[in-house]
Design a binder for this molecule. Structure first.
Ligand code: USQ
Length: 406
């Protein structure tokens, strides 16, 4: 298949591109390199030393003898170029990861909120708009998030995208239908993914586009079979307060004995998936497209759920690192349970990597190995969900406090 990976230089896009190329697909990475620009803006760098996209691709071609092309292009702002690229490459499938993906970054300031909304909404719409305009027969696989559901605690399992409901007609009879599970975003970033769901629903209905939405949980881990094949293919690893996700943050904190930063009581339960399983799920989604005329096909892309404080205890037991409970910078429930259906991927043959199997390896092979590159001043989470919460963040360490302690 000819596959375009929009956002193919990012944390999931890069290993997904290699994985698909390794399966024999003809892959083009389309990326505006914004993730690297944001590192410069925030004054941070990936824990793992990543090469330029050109160098990464060169090494891949040298050791695997399979070509990956790269096109530097901004999906959100360069609509006419996007159309030309479609005409030129004629993809059978497009993976859409070209979005700002960090919730704390999206809540940092009014400028960051506006950037996240403009970038994410325009990127998705430009992609769908171009496909309709060119009458291209393309399957779009969009990376969504578990966060579109919210993390409610009603005791019921979250279904894969659609909720069966019964609506009372005026004559008292009941009308059964399935609706998109009620959107309940917890950040501006998550809100853009909820908007994406509606855009996908419209284009599937109006133009019979073939669309898949992957509602992914929090990804942990760094390497996949393909990124391990050469040191220069290594995947990025974010640990800073804006882009680092919780488990990867705990791992690098453990590596330098920095107290593990649990927000609130740590009673938040979230869904998780290893990066290797994430790329395998993308492959499964690519190989199982919906038919023309179907509604958006939605998969829950997660393999296990955990409470944040339990993860902190797990990492603390592995490493001896202390745990610290911080005022939560986010507006989110202190405690919630979470049960999620992931039947579709399991039925398609996904055999998940569990935390029990992979965590120690990740601590030793990634976090401890690269710990000299950690900048402790970048660890505190400082983006508050509201100005009022920001004023209360007295027990979140400032960069100066961290420097003094270091
Ligand atoms: N948390 C801590 N301590 C930390 C960092 C986070 O307790 O040092 C807590 C947060 O308060 C939150 C939970 O851990 O309750 C998860 O935070 P996260 O930063 O790991 O994940 P999140 O912001 O939800 O976003 C990440 C990805 C996003 C993806 C999402 C999937 O950045 O792209 O869509 O996970 S999900 O969470 O299922 O919506």
């Amino acid at each position: 298949m000819r596959i375009g990976v929009f956002g193919g230089d990012g944390f999931i896009g890069w290993p997904a591109s290699l994985h698909l190329a390794n399966q024999g697909h003809d892959v083009v990475i389309v990326d505006n390199l914004s993730r690297r620009q944001i590192d410069l803006e925030l004054g941070v760098q990936s824990l793992t030393p990543i090469e330029s996209i050109q160098e990464r691709i060169k090494i891949w071609e040298r050791i695997c003898n399979r070509r990956i092309q790269f096109e530097q292009m901004d999906l959100a702002t360069e609509y006419e170029r996007v159309k030309l690229w479609f005409e030129d490459f004629q993809p059978n499938c497009v993976i859409h990861l070209a979005q700002q993906r960090a919730a704390p970054y999206s809540m940092k300031s009014d400028r960051h909120k506006a950037y996240t909304v403009n970038n994410n909404v325009n990127a998705t719409h430009n992609l769908l708009n171009a496909i309709v305009e060119l009458e291209a027969d393309v399957h779009v696989v969009h990376l969504g998030t578990m966060g579109v559901y919210g993390y409610s605690d009603i005791g019921a399992t979250i279904p894969e995208g659609y909720l069966p409901v019964q609506i009372a007609n005026d004559d008292g009879s009941l009308h059964a239908q399935e609706i998109l599970y009620p959107a309940n975003p917890g950040s501006i970033y998550h809100m853009t993914k909820c908007l994406d769901q509606l855009m996908l629903a419209f284009y599937a209905k109006n133009d019979q586009l073939r669309l898949t939405d992957l509602h992914q949980g929090i990804v942990w881990g760094t390497q996949t079979a393909e990124t391990k094949r050469h040191p220069s293919l290594i995947n990025r690893f974010d640990y800073d307060g804006d882009y680092g996700t919780v488990l990867n943050r705990f791992l690098i904190q453990a590596a330098i004995h920095y107290p593990l930063t649990v927000h609130g009581t740590g009673g938040q339960t979230r869904a998780f998936i290893h990066i290797q399983d994430s790329v395998r799920c993308i492959e499964l989604a690519v190989n199982n497209p919906p038919d023309r005329g179907d509604r958006t096909k939605i998969f829950n892309q997660m393999t296990e759920t955990h409470r944040i404080r339990d993860l902190a205890k797990l990492v603390s037991n592995l490493s001896g690192a202390p745990i610290e409970y911080h005022t939560n910078p986010r507006r989110e429930a202190d405690e919630n349970d979470l049960r999620v259906s992931n039947e579709t991927f399991l039925s398609l043959g996904l055999n998940p990597i569990t935390l029990d199997e992979g965590l120690l390896d990740e601590l030793v092979e990634i976090a401890r190995k690269h710990k000299a590159r950690i900048d402790r001043t970048r660890i505190p989470a400082q983006s508050a969900w509201t100005k009022q919460i920001g004023e209360k963040l007295t027990n979140i360490e400032t960069i100066e406090q961290v420097r003094k302690r270091a």
